[in-house]
Every structure is written in structure tokens, then in C-alpha cells.
Design a protein around this ligand. Structure first.
Ligand code: GL2
Length: 838
């Protein structure tokens, strides 16, 4: 990858090839060199952590090599690129994923063994970067893996937070949040680009002047900070395509605030500079509820402004017409968090490059598309007009201008409708509330050429309910793109046993880039050897989790029990409380049985993991309730191994990779119509767990593909929810009431703290816990009955796992590329030197 003269370039090639061939000794040399020269450790006494870092750096060298080739080719071919903008990327650990995608896992294992380290132990040395909250952030990372694997010219853009999602500790049953300073140890994957920086402005005012009969706007900001780029190479699987995740960090500019310094207020001046660094310091830990804080709006604008400047700079490397922008650039907005990119691009085109409004608008409209990730009305982002005006005065003007044109059109369209003004009020980008607010979703819908939901059911709700008026107005704009997850991380990295089975019986690794292939193994469903291998793989995963639980929680769990697991953010709509009520119900039943009857019951280990937003009181109480149930049940000598209740602390990507493959049953029990898609449902079923769930989110499509008889489906359907909610004050029924009373009387934890959880169900029950409870326990009984027939259970589990082809993020990304981005793949040719055997 040299761009010098031919002779030099040949020479450089030769030298490079020696450095990155895949010989064991080459790998070892690179590691030792990094230990000694990069980490400045002596090669004679380097510890596990240095070995991890050195190995990671040597892998990064390889990634940089293909990254450079990829970027050069993208530039040379000048094809359209997609930019995936997301305020969260829940990357997870990188080392194993990189080795698998490069096809070097075995070679590294061998190479390291000779220098005294086990590869698997090095994996555990890596910090798990938690730059996201949950499904939305993890989806962004799965998408990058698929974009790279499918050879698409793509980049991700986001924020390099100093503190990721907090580390959750459980102390006396309560969640305690600890700061996650993940950069304390150097991050061996990133490349700091001190040459890629942009100025970002805030505040101030807008100056107007007339030029040739046109009013010109000039934003005079009163604050300026700098964005610096950190690049994270993202390798595709079985390809040389290595794309980039560019994360921005904020810094003070070097233009000194002379006024403060001159006035002798040195400390004040330093403080101002620190304020600049503060912008990217911490990820907001709210999952699908906006924080409404000024700093969050600053984060959003900061990363949008840097990204748009970067994209435009790349576009302008060649002389071009602005009209070509949509032929070269597609920008996908991952939810409304990057929505300010829209007025930002318009501002740049109009104010900086002097384009006429309509022309700029036409270009912008073709560039952007928007993904909605939630129908919960309280989750829709709104920013007060007052705050917007103070921080981004010119952007507010631009939003008003977009709205002015849009409202004119809506007014014309509904000119004769008696509800015209209601409709306009509903569709306006500005909410005439007190305080007045900018509706970010409306901004995205009006300004994007495509809007999508993340599962079929969710996309239909967008069209018929949440955005019904917009759908009527722009019927062609609305699409569905059902989420997916990457089988590289979620099967290959997490489940060695299952991966080996697939590769053995399919006689190739192709399933890793075409997950539909696993369906072909359905012919083995009655093959006893195949069944046994599948059973063994599950057992080993359960043993691995049991070890983890003993180490992390000090609880011994029996691996011959059914592992019944619910891991996701704690939210009332997800209904961890319903799961908890079932645990109590089961416990009471067991207690009431004779010893003989107990012996006939299915053993179960209930496991719950997930973080609660620090300010979400009800969610924190649910964590406490589950821990309190565990205290009672786990210490009851009548119960023993028949039932265990475990709260899995600090649920994150790396623990998910241990937890998910071990599940027999997975709880996916949100109220119908509330979970946009869910993605753990996909990961669990791919790994052989059976769904206990409602007809919500992507569950609906999963059971479509695997067969509804291969899942336990219960509860209200989405069309019944509104009617049932009217009756939500109804009594609980005697069996449920008994559980409520037990909680209120202190059988499980302090009733002063926990009664409110029950009272809210007794009074409002907006998520239909009471009305779904009885059909839930019925299905749970059915699950026991099937589990007693291990043969049948295994077949359900295998059928599920083999029929998940649709839920690979590769399928999802293909659909985005076709239907929204109009994007072609660009294959990176294999480097010509034979020394590189990959
Ligand atoms: C979410 C949805 O709640 C979840 O159902 C969906 O799978 C993901 C990804 O599309 O997006 N929306 C959201 O705001 N968060 C999610 O996880 N945080």
C-alpha cells in the first residue's frame, strides 16, 4: 500500500509483506517487538496484560494495513459511501473478533502458546468498551461488522466518551453505579489522528446582511472547541475490507481566551478550557428516555458538526457539483440523536458555500435517512426552543425555515379539512407547549427521504399510530428494516461448541457469512449423533456460566436445571417485574408441595441481568426485589437445588457472550407494542434457547420463521392492548393477589421500599402485568412439561437455532443498501504478494 514511485513501492511491499505474513514466527516477532519497543517492557519478564497489549498492537498493525488499502480503494473508485451516525457504539471486546475476521485465531493461539500464554486468557485481559446503553448501541456495532463483511464502503461516526456506561455493582441487593474509566489502560485498537481536527462553535448570535438582494446569515459564536478524531479499524469477516469507526473527542482550542488571561484570572481561563474537554467525557446512561440536559445537546451537536465537516472535506477532495453529494454520500441517522446534522448540513451549504435554500434542501433530503427505535411517546426527543436558541441560534432559524415551508405545504394539502389546524399542530416541528420545544423526530421525518422502523410490527405501528399523519402525507417514505445481529460475534465468538457443529456438518465455514445455510442441517434433526453434540455444546456453555456465576455472585447453580434467563436494560415495559412475580408464584407452589411431589418438579435457575438508569427509581426497586427473592429462595433448605434466583451483575457485551449461549429458556416478555424489536431475542434463539415471550417486536418474525410451535407465546396481542388497558384497575385474581400481599407484608425485602412496585400494578398497570399474568404462568407450566421431555425440548431448540438466517445483520444491511442507501459493494483485491496467505 505505497503511493510512491513504482520502484519504491515494490520495495515497500516486500518489506511490509515480511511484517504481516502469517507465519508463527512473524506473529511472535511482532508481539515481542511491541512488548519491548512500544510498551517499553523487557521481553524477559512481560506479564499477561502486556502480552495482551502487545498482541493487540500486532493485530492492529495488520488491520491498519488492510484499512489503508481499503481507504485508498474507496477513494480511487469514488463510489458512494454510507455514513452511519450513532451517539452510541457498544463495541464490546475486539481481540477475538478481529482474529476471527482475519482468520488468524488458531495461528495466534499457537504463536502465543510458545511464549507462554493462552489466547483465551488474553481475551479476558481486554477492557470491554461500553460506549452505549443497550440494544441501540449494540445494533450500531453489529451493523459495522456486517458493512465491513459485505464489502460496503462505509464509515461509522460517534463519540469517544472517556466514561462509558457505568459499572454496576450489587451491594446488599441494591444497584450501585461505579464510573467506567475504560481508558485508564491504553486502548490498543485506536489510532489518534492529531491531524484530523475541526473547530466546533456554540452560542452567540446570527448577523444578517443583504448581498445582491439576498439575505445572508452569519453565525457569530461565542464559544469554540476542537474535535479530534480517533479511528477504530473494523475488519470484515473473510475479506480485506476494513472500515473505520471514527470517534470524536473534544478538546480546548489553542486560541487562548486572552481576555481572562489578561485580566489576571488564570484559573478562570483554565476552567473554560476544561469545559471543552467535558463535552465528550461521559455517556448518558439513559436507555430510550431523553435526558433533556444541555450537555447532551452539546454532545449531539459536537459530533454532528465534526462529522459533517469531515464528510464534506472528503467529498470536496475532487472538484464537483454539489448536486453530486447524494450520489457520493448517504447518511443514516441512528435514532434522532444525530438529527442536528440536518440543519448543520443545510447551514454549511447555504451560509458557507452560498447555495440557494431550495437547492440545498433538495440535496440534503436525498442524503439523509432516519431509523426510529421506539414508539414510547415519552422517549421521543424534544429540545426546548430556549436552549436551542442559546446554544445553536442559527440552527434554530434553519429549523424554523424548514417548518415554514413544510407547514405551508401541509396547510395547502389540508386546505379544506375542518381539522386542518390540528393536523398542522401535530405535524409541526415545533411543539407549542410551555416551554416551546423542537420535535426531533418530526425534523427527521420531514427532512429524510426514508424513515424506517426496526421490526415489522414496530414499522406498522409507526405508520398507523405514532406517525400516522406523516405516513398519510408521505406514504412512500416509510419502510421496515428488521434488525439483525452478527453471527461472527454472537455465534462464532460466543459459542465454540455450536460453531464447531455447524462447520463440521456443513463441511465449511460459509454459514458465517450466509446464516441461511444452517437451515440445511434440519435434515439432521433426528440424527442422534448430531443431537448429542448439540446437547453437549449446551451443557458446556451452562458449565461455563455456572463457573462465572459462582465467581461473580458466590452462588452455586446446578447445571442439570433449566436455565431461564432475562438479560436487558431494566424497564417497566420490558416487565422484569412479571418475571419476578412468576418466581414467587413458583416458590410458593414448591413450598406447598409434599417432598415426593417436589422431587418430580423441573429444576430451574432464574437469572436476571441488566442495568437501571441511575435516576429510574422503579427500575432500581425491581433489581432489589429480585435480589430479595434470591435471598429467601436460595437459602431455603426445603428448596435446595429445585430453584435458584440469581441477579447477574454488570450485564455488558462480554458477559452476554457467556450468558446467552447457556440459556435454555429466554424471557422476551414486553407488553405487546412496546419493544421496537429487541435483539437479544435473536442472539438467544441462534444459540439454542427457546423463547418464552409475547407477540412483540421481532419475536413475531422469529416465530414466523422457526414455527410458533417452537416457542412459548402468551399474553395480549397488540390490537388488544388498548382495550385491556382501560380495565387496568381490575383486581389481580386470588393467586396473584397472594403474591402482591406477600411483597407488601415483607416476605421478600423491606415492604417500605418495595410495596410501591405492587401498588402501581394494583392501580394503573399500564403494562398489563395483571392481565397477562395468568396466560404467562400457563405457558411456564407448558415449558416445564416440555422440558421433562428432553427429546422434544432439544428438537425445539435445534429447530430454532437452525432457522435464524433472516436475523443475521448481513441480511439487514443488504436491505438498507438496496432500499435506502443505493449503495454498491467494492471488493478489496487480495494483496498481490503471495507471502500474504489470508
Ligand atoms: C431500542 C429498542 O428499545 C429495542 O427494542 C431495539 O431492538 C433497539 C435497536 O433497534 O433499539 N430503542 C432504544 O432507544 N434503545 C433500544 O435498545 N435503547
Amino acid at each position: 500500500s505505497a503511493s510512491r514511485g513504482e520502484a519504491t513501492s515494490e520495495k515497500l511491499w516486500e518489506l511490509m509483506a515480511e511484517y504481516i505474513d502469517t507465519e508463527k514466527s512473524t506473529i511472535q516477532k511482532a508481539i515481542v517487538a511491541h512488548v519491548e519497543y512500544t510498551l517499553a517492557r523487557t521481553r524477559f519478564n512481560f506479564d499477561k496484560n502486556s502480552c495482551f497489549k502487545a498482541a493487540a498492537l500486532s493485530i492492529r498493525d495488520r488491520l491498519i494495513e488492510s484499512w489503508n488499502d481499503t481507504q485508498q480503494l474507496f477513494t480511487a473508485e469514488d463510489k458512494k459511501r454510507v455514513y452511519y451516525m450513532s451517539i452510541e457504539f457498544l463495541i464490546g471486546r475486539s481481540m477475538q473478533n478481529a482474529l476471527i475476521n482475519l482468520g488468524l485465531e488458531d495461528k495466534y493461539r499457537e504463536a502465543l502458546e510458545e511464549v507462554g500464554y493462552k489466547l483465551e486468557e488474553l481475551y479476558d485481559e481486554e477492557v470491554d468498551p461500553g460506549l452505549g446503553n443497550g440494544g441501540l448501541g449494540r445494533l450500531a456495532s453489529c451493523f459495522l461488522d456486517s458493512l465491513a463483511t459485505l464489502d460496503y464502503p462505509a464509515w461509522g461516526y460517534g463519540i469517544r466518551y472517556d466514561y462509558g456506561i457505568f459499572r454496576q455493582m450489587i451491594v446488599k441487593g441494591y444497584q450501585v453505579e461505579m464510573p467506567d474509566y475504560w481508558l485508564a489502560q491504553m486502548n490498543p485498537w485506536e489510532i489518534e489522528r492529531s491531524d484530523v481536527t475541526y473547530d466546533i462553535y456554540f452560542g452567540g448570535r446570527v448577523e444578517k446582511k443583504w448581498e445582491n438582494g439576498i439575505e445572508k446569515s452569519n453565525w457569530i459564536p461565542n464559544e469554540i472547541v476542537k474535535a479530534i478524531a480517533y479511528d477504530n479499524p473494523i475488519p470484515g469477516y473473510d475479506t480485506f475490507n476494513t472500515i473505520n469507526l471514527r470517534l470524536w473527542k473534544s478538546m480546548p482550542t489553542n486560541e487562548f481566551d486572552f481576555q481572562s488571561f489578561n485580566q489576571g484570572d488564570y484559573f478562570k481561563a483554565i476552567e473554560t478550557r476544561q469545559k471543552a474537554e467535558y463535552i465528550t467525557s461521559v455517556l448518558y446512561p439513559n436507555d430510550s428516555t431523553p435526558s433533556g440536559k444541555e450537555l447532551r445537546l452539546r454532545q449531539q451537536y459536537f459530533f454532528c458538526c465534526a462529522t459533517i465537516q469531515d464528510i464534506i472535506r472528503r467529498f470536496l477532495k475532487k472538484p464537483r457539483e454539489w448536486e453530486e453529494l447524494p450520489d457520493k454520500v448517504a447518511i443514516q441517522l441512528n435514532d434522532t440523536h444525530p438529527a442536528i446534522s440536518i440543519p448543520e448540513l443545510l447551514r454549511v451549504l447555504v451560509d458557507k458555500y452560498g447555495l440557494e435554500w431550495q437547492r440545498a434542501w433538495n440535496i440534503c433530503y436525498k442524503v439523509f435517512s432516519y431509523t426510529n427505535h421506539t414508539v414510547m411517546p415519552e422517549a421521543l426527543e424534544k429540545w426546548s426552543v430556549e436552549l436551542f436558541e442559546r446554544l445553536l441560534p442559527r440552527h434554530l432559524e434553519i429549523i424554523y425555515l424548514i417548518n415554514f415551508h413544510f407547514m405551508n405545504q401541509v396547510g395547502q394539502r389540508y386546505a379544506n379539512d375542518p381539522k386542518k389546524f390540528d393536523i398542522m399542530g401535530y405535524m409541526s416541528l415545533i411543539e407549542e407547549s410551555r416551554p416551546k420545544a423542537v420535535r426531533m423526530a418530526n425534523l427527521c421525518i420531514v427532512s429524510s427521504h426514508a424513515v424506517n422502523g426496526v421490526a415489522a410490527l414496530h414499522s406498522n405501528l409507526l405508520k398507523t399510530q405514532l406517525f400516522a399523519r406523516f405516513h398519510e402525507y408521505f406514504p412512500k417514505k416509510f419502510q421496515n428494516k428488521t434488525n439483525g445481529v452478527t453471527p461472527r460475534r454472537w455465534i462464532k465468538c460466543s459459542n465454540k461448541g455450536l460453531s464447531d457443529i455447524y462447520t463440521k456438518y456443513l463441511k465449511s465455514n460459509n454459514w458465517l457469512s450466509d446464516l441461511y445455510e444452517t437451515k440445511n442441517l434440519m435434515s439432521y434433526i433426528d440424527n442422534e449423533e448430531f443431537q448429542e453434540e448439540f446437547r453437549q455444546a449446551k451443557l458446556q456453555n451452562k458449565e461455563r456460566l455456572a463457573k462465572w456465576v459462582e465467581k461473580e455472585c458466590g452462588i452455586k447453580i446446578p447445571t442439570d436445571a433449566m436455565f431461564d434467563i432475562m438479560v436487558k436494560r431494566i424497564h417497566e415495559y420490558k416487565r422484569q417485574n412479571l418475571f419476578a412475580l412468576y418466581m414467587i408464584y413458583r416458590y410458593f407452589n414448591l413450598k406447598a408441595m409434599t417432598v415426593d411431589d417436589r422431587a418430580k418438579q423441573v429444576k430451574r435457575v432464574f437469572m436476571v441481568g441488566g442495568k437501571a438508569a441511575p435516576g429510574y427509581i422503579a427500575a432500581k426497586k425491581i433489581i432489589k426485589l429480585i435480589n430479595s427473592i434470591g435471598d429467601v429462595v436460595n437459602n431455603d433448605p426445603d428448596i435446595g437445588d429445585l430453584m435458584k434466583v440469581v441477579f447477574l451483575p454488570n450485564y455488558c457485551v462480554s458477559s452476554a457472550q457467556i450468558i446467552i449461549p447457556a440459556a435454555d429458556l429466554t424471557e422476551q416478555i414486553s407488553t405487546a407494542g412496546t419493544e421496537a424489536s429487541g435483539t437479544s431475542n435473536m442472539k438467544f434463539v441462534m444459540n439454542g434457547a427457546i423463547i418464552m415471550g409475547t407477540m412483540d417486536g421481532a419475536n413475531v418474525e422469529i416465530v414466523e420463521d422457526i414455527g410458533i410451535q417452537n416457542a412459548f407465546i402468551f399474553g395480549a396481542r397488540v390490537h388488544e392492548v388498548d382495550r385491556l388497558r382501560v380495565q387496568s384497575g381490575a383486581p389481580a385474581g386470588s393467586r396473584l393477589q397472594r403474591i402482591f400481599d406477600a411483597i407488601k407484608s415483607g416476605t421478600f425485602g423491606n415492604p417500605k421500599e418495595l410495596s410501591s412496585l405492587v401498588e402501581s400494578l394494583e392501580q394503573h398497570d399500564i403494562y398489563l402485568v395483571k392481565s397477562d399474568f395468568y396466560s404467562y404462568i400457563e405457558k411456564q407450566e407448558e415449558a416445564d412439561a416440555v422440558y421433562k421431555n428432553q427429546d422434544r425440548w432439544l428438537k425445539m431448540s435445534i429447530t430454532g437455532a437452525l432457522n435464524m438466517g433472516r436475523f443475521s445483520s448481513d441480511r439487514t444491511i443488504h436491505e438498507y443498501a438496496e432500499d435506502i442507501w443505493d449503495l454498491e459493494s467494492v471488493e478489496i483485491p487480495k494483496p498481490s504478494l503471495s507471502a500474504i496467505s489470508r
